[in-house]
Design a protein around this ligand. Sequence first.
Ligand code: HEM
Length: 387
Amino acid sequence: MNPLDAPALANPYPWYARLRQQGDLLYHQASRHWVASTARAVTTLLNHPGCRVRPLDSPVPLALGEGPAATLFSRLMRMNEGNAHRCPRQMLAAPIQRCTAADVSEETHRVATQLMTESQPLDVNHIMFQIPVTVVARLLGIRPDEARLLPRLTADFSAGFSAEVGEVETLHRAHLAAEELLQRFEHHLSSPYGPAAYIQPATNAEFGPDNRTRTAANLAGLLVQTFEATTGLVGNTLITLASRPALMQRVVQRHVTLSEVIAEVVRHDPPIQLTRRYMAEDSDVLGQQLPANASIILLLASANRDSQANEEGERFILERPSRRCFSFGAGSHHCPGETLATTIAGTTVQLLLQSGQVTPAQLRWHYKPSPNARIPVFEHRNQTEAT
Ligand code: HEM
């Protein structure tokens, strides 16, 4: 099986377990990727000084060509090393992490309440898709009428990342969306910040003369990072409750909180199942000779279940005393948005359950095809039956 097909399988976890039994790091001949499946291999590679987030000969996916989507992509901290990574990270990570769970929850309440009033009968897929990006845009100080346009633009831009050269329509939409995102955020940065802006980029003199364009790109980048991952976390939490009636009961009776549930969902069934690295030069990693530019798939979701990291890793255990979780990465590129994501997801699930229109036990779903994310798509017929 191609490792990039795993995230969208109904149950990829037995395959991950078999990989772990075969060793830390394996070469997958058919797909020409190295695959890291154990906690030891994933930890080593995420912290390895010789690993890069992009292939050496391809800083931007080939299919994006040279249009606005390529420009935006090339400026993202997530896709860079050195200054182009460090400077935007210095500007944004601390303001993101200063956002309190109370602020995020309040904003999610506001956005979700309005959306749920408009989306009747309730469309769970639409709510999951729309809320996370809108909330983060609002935390960045974007006006409500503009913030609600951003999930679609973010989706169109993100779809370009994995498009093939011949997918003309997808690529065209990605360029248009990137152009609009850049324009909107540049304009946003040139206007004075209102009181609604919880996340304000810190100034960074090192960033150079085109500071505003680079900052604008990285604000759009926050929406990209938020989008599928947080949508998937809402969906995977609903699925966890759907598959565990006793747990659902404890949530309804308020014996456990949704934050406790989400902390284990993030480990047990994470929305981002894998990330990628490329070797900068020939290297020996855990006894394997990896050539320069070797492409490595780091199975975060598999590392989470490795018994070396978490006892009885395959089991969903709410009260884990010392949970080890790789779902938000580690090392220099680790995710600064954990509190934001888990709070948005928790508040969204709570409001969906309180609406009385979503009964987890009656949901049916399949997974959206994706090379790295695990995002359920709920089937409408059953949602309606649940009402
Ligand atoms: C459940 C939701 C989320 C998950 C599972 C997630 C996961 C991750 C992971 C695994 C990485 C590291 C990728 C790598 O090293 O290859 C990452 C990076 C990042 N995430 Fe998140 N993320 C989530 C939500 C968010 C949110 C809400 C934000 C901010 C608004 C955010 C901002 C970022 C940024 C800026 C990076 C790049 C950091 C860097 O390159 O230094 N993420 N995320």
